[in-house]
Every structure is written in structure tokens, then in C-alpha cells.
Design a protein around this ligand. Structure first.
Ligand code: UT7
Length: 324
């Protein structure tokens, strides 16, 4: 038993903020941001919540898949920026869509959130527990940024991506060939946003709200080391080579990371579509947004071998190899 993707969708805030717009409100420049990262602009929420974006992406994915919402038995959302501690973003999507039959929960794996969700659904499918799932990556990262810290706030954007997936017997008509995920909690504080501190009558706390902080160079080194390893692992499991992959869809953090991975894999950059120029780093939303972008642009042909890979906070990583 394996997992096949039936439809994809995106949800993006209306407001677009360019690098030049940012240069008006802080000490930065289009030259610095685009030469270090490739990012030119990003969508930033003014009114749209994480759940609003997730619902929009889910509706688009459902529409493309032709699957009835009544048949969805599992909803998993990768997010680090939900509105509530509870109810989960997944439970709110369930309510908005009327997916009454579904079990719904969030996973916290930052930029690997969509891959962790996909891997979880794959395991449930293999165990014969569920048959059709909605997997979402959704973020409102702009509210997690210190807008006085130019070294982080220029890198991230808001958005959501979704996929409808189904359990299938084999990969004859498309499906996952191999999948992996991993964590390195010992390096976790290189990319961090603290939750509420201890605060009660016995230990009152005046600590201000915490925002995202990142040791960019350590995360960069982690990414260029770990992503090729994860890719090689799924290739080996499936008996494939880097040349066999038609399209590599990597987490959109930084163009230089993607260039470095392409070089390490000995593959032309043309096989690595990018949308980070327009969306920046949207954490868990990044891989499904890119998947939907490539899908709707007709870049994914039936029978193609596609590689998905995410990496980031935790630290975490995940990769999946599939036939389209
Ligand atoms: O999804 C999570 C995964 N995250 C990542 O993949 C991020 C990985 N890391 C990176 O992509 C890079 O480390 C960054 C793009 C974040 C930073 O690039 P860098 O080449 O490592 O730059 P840096 O942090 O060493 O900063 C270089 C300089 C500093 O100035 P000094 O100290 O050399 O004078 C910074 O103050 O650039 C300065 N700087 C800026 N200048 C203009 C930092 N941010 C900015 C900015 N505009 N926005």
C-alpha cells in the first residue's frame, strides 16, 4: 500500500511586500536580500489568519482532486503559527469544510511540517487505517518575527499549501516510492521561537513576548549537509539515481542552499523549480506551495519521478520520492 497525490492547492494573503518596501521601514536593501537569498517579495497577512489561508488552500486542493469532503478521513496540518494552542488548525479546517468523518490534528515540525504530515498519512495508509487525507502546510510567520531584527524578518512570508492524498495498492498509476524523516533536537536552538514562559501566582513572569531568532550560518550548514543525505536515502531505498529524478521540489529557504544541493547531487539547476523569489520562506507551507505551483504550471508530467524535501526548525528534515 502506498500514497498518491490527487490534487494540490494554495492560499496566499492579498498583500505583497517587496524588498524595496522593506527598505523603506528598516536598514536593508533589495541588493542584500536578493543576493544572499534570491527573495524579491513575499505575501504578508493583513487580515488573513493561518486557518483562513489553510482553508483556501484545502478548498483548491479538494476541487482539483474531485474528492468529496465526506470521503476525507484524516486531516493533518503542519504549522508553527496557529491562532490557538487549541483547537488545532486541523480541527478548524475540519469544521470549515464540514469534513465530519475526519480525524484532525496538527504537527509541529516547522519547515518539514508538510513532509512529516505526508509521512504520517503514508504510515496510516500502510497500516490500512485511513484511505483519504488532506495534508496542509500553513503559516502566518509575519506575526512571529521581530520586525526590528532585519537578519530574520526579511526572510519569511505567509501562506498555505495543501494536498489531497489517497491510499493506493501500488505506484503503477503514481504514488510514493520511498519516504524518510529525521530530527536533531540537540541542534534545535539554532532556530527558535519561545512559547509562553512559566507564569502563575507562584512564579509570576514579566518576560516580553518572544520572536523568531536564528543562527543563520549554522542552519545553512545543516541544510546543505542534511538535504543531500535525505535525498540519497530515499533514492537508495527506491533503487534510483539522482539522474532518474525529473523534478526536485525543495523547501524554499534560500536560493544558495538549493544551488548547493543541486551541485552536490550533480544535477542541473533547471530540475529545481523555485518560487522563493515571490513567496520567501513560508516554513511548512513552502513545499506544498511549490508542489501546487509546479503542478498548475504543468511542470509535472504523468510518470515523472518527483522528489520533495523539507528541512528546518527542530531541527528536522523529511524527503519523499514519488512517481507522478
Ligand atoms: O527554513 C529555515 C531554514 N533557514 C535557512 O535556511 C536560513 C539559512 N541561512 C541563510 O540563508 C543565511 O545564513 C542568511 C541569508 C540568513 C544570512 O546570510 P549570511 O551570509 O550568513 O549573512 P550574515 O548573517 O553573516 O550577515 C552578514 C552581514 C552582517 O553585517 P556585518 O556584521 O558583517 O557588518 C549583518 O548585520 O549582513 C548584515 N545583515 C543585513 N544587511 C542588510 C543581516 N541582515 C541584513 C539585512 N539587510 N536584512
Amino acid at each position: 500500500m502506498t500514497l498518491k497525490i490527487l490534487g494540490t492547492g494554495s492560499g496566499l494573503p492579498e498583500k505583497i511586500v517587496t524588498n524595496d518596501d522593506l527598505a523603506q521601514i528598516m536598514e536593508t536593501s533589495d541588493e542584500w536580500i536578493s543576493s544572499r537569498t534570491g527573495i524579491k517579495k513575499r505575501h504578508i497577512s493583513v487580515t488573513e489568519t493561518t486557518t483562513d489561508l489553510a482553508i483556501a488552500a484545502s478548498k483548491n486542493a479538494l476541487e482539483m482532486s474531485g474528492v468529496s469532503v465526506d470521503d476525507i478521513d484524516l486531516i493533518i496540518v503542519g504549522t508553527i503559527s496557529p491562532e490557538y494552542f487549541y483547537p488545532s488548525c486541523a480541527c478548524q479546517i475540519q469544521a470549515a469544510l464540514g469534513a465530519t468523518k475526519a480525524v484532525a490534528f496538527d504537527v509541529s515540525a516547522a519547515c518539514s511540517g508538510f513532509l512529516f504530515g505526508l509521512n504520517t498519512a503514508y504510515a496510516y495508509f500502510q497500516a490500512g487505517i485511513f484511505k483519504k487525507a488532506l495534508i496542509v502546510g500553513a503559516e502566518n510567520l509575519s506575526k512571529m518575527m521581530d520586525w526590528n531584527d532585519r537578519s530574520t524578518c526579511v526572510l519569511f512570508g505567509d501562506g498555505a499549501g495543501a494536498a489531497i492524498v489517497e491510499a493506493v495498492e501500488d505506484t503503477t498509476d503514481g504514488g510514493v516510492l520511498s519516504i524518510t524523516m529525521g530530527s536533531d533536537g540537540a541542534s534545535g536552538l539554532n532556530l527558535v521561537c519561545k512559547n509562553r514562559p512559566i507564569n502563575n501566582p507562584f512564579s509570576p513572569c514579566e518576560e516580553p513576548l518572544s520572536y523568531t531568532s536564528m543562527n543563520g550560518q549554522e542552519v545553512y550548514k545543516f541544510a546543505v549537509r542534511t538535504v543531500p543525505k535525505a535525498i540519497n536515502e530515499v533514492l537508495e531505498k527506491a533503487g534510483k539515481t539522482p539522474e532518474d529524478v525529473d523534478v526536485y521540489l525543495l523547501h524554499q529557504a534560500n536560493m544558495r542552499i538549493i544551488e548547493s544541493v543541486a551541485k552536490r547531487m550533480g544535477q542541473p539547476l533547471e530540475k529545481f523549480p523555485m518560487n522563493l523569489m515571490d513567496y520567501a520562506n513560508t516554513s511548512a507551507a513552502s513545499v506544498p506551495l511549490l508542489l501546487d505551483y509546479a503542478n498548475r504550471k504543468g511542470m509535472l508530467k504523468k510518470g515523472d519521478t518527483i522528489l520533495l524535501a523539507g528541512f528546518g526548525g527542530g531541527l528536522t528534515w523529511g524527503a519523499a520520492l514519488l512517481t507522478w
